[in-house]
Design a protein around this ligand. Structure first.
Ligand code: NAD
Length: 451
């Protein structure tokens, strides 16, 4: 039996060792899920809705417990972790309405009528990253269960603890056994088995673009349905006509929330040349005031990075001190700490193009609207971004011009469970969340009835 040590990233203490699931145990879980799914899909929609509501309630009632687990496991600030646990409850509640709303159509044609059915795809394999373990899992499993699917879920190796607890709560809420099975294990073992196993009919993957490409190649072998939520290198575009004080005050949270370990992190700030100096004057104190420290404290805004290996990766990007404009603070001593760091490199530098996935932001000046758009789109990614301006025409033009799936104007808000979320270009394939998400877990069947 192989085990994996789960480490608290703020203290470097061992939380516990987890037994890693192997291929045989994965196959066993999938076989049980196949049986459970058939029963679940045949259960009355109103009864499925009731179970999901009860699941939502029980998660809400365990908010503090789940949040504390995430503080220890992922180093998330407690306020943020409470929000994440509540998001799981909200998403379950939102999709509890879906079983009774998966409505087909009847289409009259010559000689009869066509009726369309939205049938659950079957067993869904969900593979999640370590950065937002709870919400990302729920954005997959809640609409999948609502659509009548069973779920096998592989959390990231570093952060499996909340998913394990949520699956226990699902059973307490009355979700039938084997409908939501959490399988902690290696990507190359459990995750890969979801891709190769013929009874897993859909894979939902959130993680790096490199792994997403491997999974996409694997799914091609069986023409398996796939949703990909991948990396981002998102632009925060600040125009001279914006409320500069607001833009500068909001910019640190836009990039340093979750220690920058956020696919939607606004990690490239683009500032119109005429206000560049002024923006930097306002931005510097805001970065220095960003509260980095013990994630268990209520006023902490940023905790440690998730693991030593990730700290080493982020550190490797800041190897040229001449590019550092200024830094925020970070604790010393045990823990995987890295201070908020602001770089002013050339446009071609790798820190402007590669996803660092840490608290590092580049700031570049731009000439005009066309230059801003060219810079914003000069990336293989297309996930999110922000536009700061008081000109509504410009807000509309630029938001239509940026090649990304989720934009916000005069805000850094990216994700709301009631709106569709996903990426353009190499940031992904398909959409999660929003009212249509359950449909992505169904096959549409058309039946012709002759008159
Ligand atoms: P990762 O690709 O290394 O791993 C993600 C998951 O895939 C893990 O559970 C891992 O075990 C598994 N995995 C690894 N190799 C696999 C394989 N060969 N087959 C099947 N599964 C495999 O990503 P990460 O480092 O955990 O997460 C960070 C990345 O996730 C960043 O690029 C970030 O932008 C992205 N992300 C995207 C979104 C989004 O919604 N677009 C959200 C969060 C994170």
């Amino acid at each position: 039996m192989t085990t994996f040590d789960i480490i608290n990233p703020a203290t470097e203490e061992l939380i516990r060792s987890i037994e890693l699931v192997d291929v045989e145990a994965t196959d066993d879980a999938i076989a049980k899920a196949v049986v459970a799914q058939k029963r679940w899909a045949a259960t009355a929609p109103a009864s499925r809705a009731q179970v999901l509501r009860s699941f939502a309630r029980i998660v809400a009632n365990h908010n503090e417990e789940l949040a504390q687990i995430e503080v220890a496991n992922a180093g998330h600030p407690i306020g943020q972790a409470r929000w994440e646990a509540q998001n799981v409850a909200n998403v379950l509640e939102y999709y509890a309405a879906a079983p009774e709303r998966l409505i087909g159509e009847q289409i009259p044609v010559e000689g009869g009528v066509n009726v369309t059915f939205h049938e659950a795809v079957g067993v869904v394999g969900i593979i999640t990253p370590w950065n937002f373990p709870m919400p990302i899992a729920a954005w997959g499993f809640a609409p999948a269960l609502a659509a009548g699917c069973a779920v096998v879920l592989k959390p990231a190796e570093w952060t499996p603890l909340t998913a394990i607890r949520i699956a226990e709560l699902a059973l307490e809420a009355g979700l039938p056994e084997n409908l939501l099975t959490v399988l902690p294990g290696k990507g190359s073992v459990v995750g890969n088995r979801f891709v190769t196993h013929p009874d897993v009919r859909k894979v939902v993957f959130t993680g790096s673009t490199a792994t997403g490409k491997t999974i996409m190649r694997g799914c091609a072998e069986q023409v398996k349905t796939l949703t990909l939520e991948l990396g981002g290198k998102n632009a925060n575009i600040v125009f001279a006509d914006s409320d500069l004080e607001k833009a500068a005050a909001a910019a640190p949270a836009g990039v340093f929330d979750n220690a920058g370990q956020d696919c939607c992190s606004r990690s490239r700030i683009l500032v119109e040349k005429s206000v560049y100096e002024k923006f930097m004057e306002l931005f510097e104190p805001a970065v220095k005031a960003f509260q980095v420290g013990d994630p268990a404290n209520d006023d902490t805004e940023m905790g440690p990075l998730v693991a030593k290996a990730h700290l080493d990766k982020v550190t490797g990007y800041v190897d040229d001190e001449s590019l550092v404009a200024f830094r925020g603070s970070a604790p010393s001593g045990p823990g995987f700490w890295f201070p908020p760091t602001v770089l002013t490199p050339e446009r071609t530098h790798r820190t402007v193009h590669e996803e660092i996935f840490g608290p590092v932001v580049t700031v570049l000046p731009f000439e005009d609207e066309a230059d801003a758009l060219a810079l914003a789109n000069d990336t293989e990614y297309g996930l999110s971004g922000s536009i700061w301006t008081r000109d509504i025409g410009r807000a509309l033009r630029v938001s239509r011009g940026v090649e990304a799936g989720n934009l916000s104007v005069n805000s850094h808000s990216s994700v709301r469970y009631s709106t569709p979320f996903g990426g353009f270009k190499q940031s992904g394939l398909g959409r999660e969340q929003g009212p249509d998400a359950p449909l992505a877990f169904t096959e549409t069947k058309n039946v012709f009835f002759a008159q």
